[in-house]
Design a protein around this ligand. Sequence first.
Ligand code: C2O
Ligand code: CU
Ligand code: CU
Length: 502
Amino acid sequence: MSPLTRRQLLALGAAGAGAAAVGGAGLWWTSGGGEALGGGRELLQPEVLSSRNGVLDLALEAAPAQVRIGAREANVQAFNGSLPGPTLRVRPGDTLRVAMSNRLDAPTNLHVHGLHVSPEDNGDNPFVSIAPGESFDYEYVLPQDHPPGTFWYHPHHHGHVADQLAAGLYGTIVVEDPEPVPVARERVLVISDLTLDGAGDLAEVSPPERMMGREGQTVLVNGQVRPGATAAPGERELWRVVNACPSRYLRLTLDGQDLRLSGHDIGRLPEPVEVTEVTLAPGNRVELLVDTREGTSTLVAAPVDRGSMDGMMNGMMDGMMGGPGGGPGSGEPVDLLTLEVAGDPAGEAGPVPAGPSLRDLRDEPVEARRTLDFAMGMGMGMGGMMGGTRGPGQMMSFTIDGREFDAERTDQRVRVGTVEEWTLTNSSPMDHPMHLHVWPMQVVTDGGRDVSAPRWQDVVNIPAFGEITVRVAFDDFAGRTVFHCHILDHEDLGMMGTLEAR
Ligand code: C2O
Ligand code: CU
Ligand code: CU
């Protein structure tokens, strides 16, 4: 792969500018002013479907939908007509059956992000393709010892993932904690972003926006623009936060409240950790314990610098992504939610029971070590770049170990019952949040430093020109699945590989 030349960058900018002029003309969202858009309403919770007698059986229909976003009617895509889709609550050992039907005009499928379930057949199989008008019956069997936590579901058809997520197709999965932390209430907060045009339709996404990873101009919580929530002082709430944005990183703060992190992606921490801010890459979840104090606090998402092509490219992106400062990570903080704490103080919330101690793979023998390199480069001539032989937006290559995704090729073969150490390197100027299906990863070194307490995640950030080392225990589930960048535009552009466990 050859690095970008100045001429190629200029050409990319020119290609994107036209698309952006069209997409940008009718944007109804300018900035701030949630009220003008109908913000300030009470935070809603998605419909909850819970398992009974060990089974949750449901139908999910992916279809175009008209929903109210702020003060506007919006034409989106949704599961069962609502954005987000229903929250699915299951227990370890349960069977989750989803009859998924596709009423979209593109192929789709379903992925249960973070669940430790079989990737084969009608399990969490990312190679399934459900054509428009067709349906598919999924069955996911959770092991008896499945960790509790906040997980989520979304379509995973290569080439359509970012578009379908950005259109509104996602929902939360909760695996109940056998020993739940006592709280006054739980809230699910699904954070997503999208860009609507003046007619309330999803705005066109330009090739450069795909290359950077699109960031929608409107950031939603449970499909709402800046909703409000209320609580009494001294209450403890559990917030299950899902970053369902295709590319946007979220650095969250809730000044004025006592925040503790009790879970990150999977499981529950042995002890909650006091935090003032927490950062979620796309796909990450956190569980936050909020011990409320009197006053009004705002949940704010501060921009996160996730790299750029370089200064010049960044300048172009500003022009294409809604004015100066509109590029990834360079925008203004976004107010997501207002929490008003008032009234008679509640009684003591009681102590948080200790969670089970976490497995530490640093104490276990490593069977194999591998290095995987995530890269971006000019993989073809300018003719291809400008949309000749490739799909729309394929202006440059997004690769793992120099190869674009090929569903037929098996990139990594691992042995069931072994622990491996993977060093994930990034030779590109943008961060790539790496996600492995089925098996969680324990981060062992991050930013060149050893991690102290066991840290388990299913999406880990590989910083621009940096690296991170993880260990994975391939204890069970033979089968074939994928790992990829969870900037879903990058995944759709090829930054995904296959893995077979045998
Ligand atoms: Cu959340 Cu492979 O995805
Ligand atoms: Cu996943
Ligand atoms: Cu990426």
